[in-house]
Design a protein around this ligand. Structure first.
Ligand code: SF4
Length: 93
């Protein structure tokens, strides 16, 4: 699968449609969990670990990276993780 790089790439993709369907049907670990929006690094790491068991992990991660979401834990990545990935990707382009 090719790497989606923009919001449009993601929202037009089959992976995105699959993500939306799966999210609506899945029980996601983040539902109701304050760890995903906490400013506490330890809680954010805990949330990122719990994401690893989520049925929509890959779609959530793809969305978060493609849209540049800057807050919260998404797709098993903290905001800092995503910032590092964005920097690495922009440096590689
Ligand atoms: S991968 Fe996304 S939907 Fe799943 S628990 Fe983590 S933040 Fe929630």
């Amino acid at each position: 699968m090719s790497q989606a790089t923009t919001r449009d790439d993601v929202t037009e993709s089959e992976a995105w449609r699959t993500f939306l369907t799966a999210t609506s049907e899945a029980v996601t670990p983040c539902t109701g969990g304050e760890e995903w929006t906490s400013d506490d690094d330890r809680l954010q790491r805990r949330a990122a670990e719990l994401c690893q068991g989520c049925a929509v992990l890959q779609g959530c991660r793809t969305y978060a990276l493609a849209t540049g979401e800057r807050n919260g834990v998404l797709g098993g990545l903290t905001a800092l993780d995503r910032k590092r990935i964005r920097r690495r990707r922009s440096g590689a382009a």
